[in-house]
Every structure is written in structure tokens, then in C-alpha cells.
Design a protein around this ligand. Structure first.
Ligand code: PLP
Length: 244
């Protein structure tokens, strides 16, 4: 496919996704401007992110450190003047914290005290080395699933983790993130997340972001107060089945 064809394809799917977001907001009397659209570019090339940036997308998400690091470098070479932000949304090993601090503007998958400490140290080193100029925005990923292995902090531990984050110098707490359970009702999961977010905002008014909703469930997430939907498939197309 030529770049021209791909650009047209992405423009069409972006218009469709924006229309879905607008309709979902209208249905519950919210302003579309309250809901940020993040393009999940995992498994897709940097050239797709560049075309989306041309279409005025400003936020991109990745779920694997190594893939993201290479893609961000390639993207920056393709569009050196683009003003965009990169979000890490995948499970993160502590030993990758230093690498992530070099390219990520936001880490949405913070779920343990050990990871908070590692990211804070990593951020301080990256600032010292001139590899970043700003603190790292973080979201606490909440596990709504009981199932193990998909990451996320148990709901009962969110308050403690939030307090630890606010005591660091390198990290800024911005809110919560969650993925709806694979099986089960997304409405219930997003309602739970909304309650957790409300409790968090009582103590930390600056932590108002709710990152929830993907290609299949963004309407439900928006109905329950999502401020940030992370959309991959509906924007970029299907991924190989091996991708998480
Ligand atoms: C892949 C992924 C998405 C996007 O999923 P789609 O169903 O393709 O829209 C959103 N959030 C996270 C954490 C992901 O890993």
C-alpha cells in the first residue's frame, strides 16, 4: 500500500473513531473535548504514527519497551517538529524503568511500590543526563479482573500507592488506568474504576485522569467518566494474533 493510500485509510478510521467518541459523549451529556484520544500504535510502524501526527493526533501509546524505544526514535527522525506525547501502557519490569524514562512522557501502567521507586530513580538519572526535561506523568493501573498476569494494582492498594507517588520528586500522579476484564461486563468494571477515581481525587485533586476504553468498549468507558480512550484496532487495523 502506498503512503497516500495508508493516509486516506487512517484519515477515514480516525474520522469514524472521533464520531464514536462524539456520539458517546453526547449520549451522556459530556463534552467531546473532555475525552482525549490516544492512538495505540503497538505492532504498527513509525510511519503510521507519522501519518497520524499529520492528521493532528498528538498522543501515542505502546506496550513494549524495546519496540517503543525504536519507534519513538524513528518517529522523531520522520517528524522532528511534531509536538507529541508517548504513553507506556504495558506491563513494565523494573529493569526497564531506566530505558522507559528516556522516551516516555506518561507511564499508565504503574502498579507496585517497587516499580514506583525504580521509575523515580530512573527519572532522576534521565533528568541528570539531560535525556528528559520534565517529570514523568504516571497513572496507577487498577486491576479490575482478579485474574493474574495482566498487571494492575488491587483496588484496595490504590490509596497507599498514590501516597507513595506523591512523595517522589520525579513522578507526577495524574490518575488511574484500567483494562476491562476479558470476560465479563465492561460497564461494571468501568463503574468500579469510576468509584476508585473519585476516592483518589478526594485526596489528590490533580489526579483526575481516567484512562479507560479501547476499540471495543469506549462507549461504556465514556459513559462512566473516562477522560482518555486508548484505541488501536479501530484506528490502525487488526494486529497479528500473537500480540497481547
Ligand atoms: C492494545 C491495547 C489497547 C488498544 O486495544 P484495541 O482493542 O486494539 O483498541 C489499549 N490499552 C492497552 C493497555 C493495550 O495493550
Amino acid at each position: 500500500m502506498s503512503a497516500e493510500q495508508r493516509r486516506a485509510e487512517l484519515a477515514a478510521s480516525l474520522a469514524e473513531v472521533r464520531a464514536r467518541v462524539d456520539a458517546a459523549c453526547r449520549a451522556v451529556d459530556r463534552e467531546p473535548a473532555e475525552v482525549e484520544l490516544i492512538a495505540v500504535t503497538k505492532t504498527f510502524p513509525a510511519s503510521d504514527a507519522a501519518l497520524l501526527a499529520d492528521l493532528r493526533m498528538t498522543d501515542f501509546a505502546e506496550n513494549r519497551e524495546q519496540e517503543a524505544r525504536d519507534k519513538v526514535a524513528e518517529f522523531t527522525a520522520l517528524r522532528p517538529d511534531a509536538d507529541v506525547r508517548w504513553h507506556m501502557v504495558g506491563q513494565l519490569q523494573r529493569n526497564k524503568a531506566r530505558a522507559v524514562a528516556r522516551w516516555a512522557d506518561v507511564v499508565e501502567s504503574v502498579d507496585s511500590e517497587r516499580l514506583v521507586r525504580a521509575l523515580d530513580r530512573a527519572c532522576a538519572s534521565a533528568l541528570d543526563a539531560g535525556e528528559r526535561t520534565r517529570p514523568l506523568d504516571v497513572l496507577i493501573q487498577v486491576n479490575l479482573d482478579d485474574a493474574h498476569g495482566r498487571g494492575g494494582c488491587p483496588p484496595a492498594e490504590v490509596v497507599t500507592l498514590a501516597a507513595l507517588i506523591t512523595r517522589t520528586s520525579g513522578l507526577r500522579l495524574r490518575g488511574v488506568m484500567a483494562v476491562a476484564p476479558l470476560h465479563g461486563d465492561p460497564d461494571m468494571a468501568f463503574a468500579t474504576l469510576s468509584g476508585i477515581s473519585r476516592q483518589l481525587r478526594d485526596r489528590h485533586p490533580e489526579a483526575g485522569e481516567v484512562s479507560a476504553g479501547m476499540s471495543g468498549d469506549l462507549e461504556s468507558a465514556i459513559a462512566h467518566g473516562s477522560t482518555r480512550v486508548r484505541v488501536g484496532t479501530a484506528l490502525l487495523g487488526g494486529r497479528p494474533l500473537t500480540s497481547p
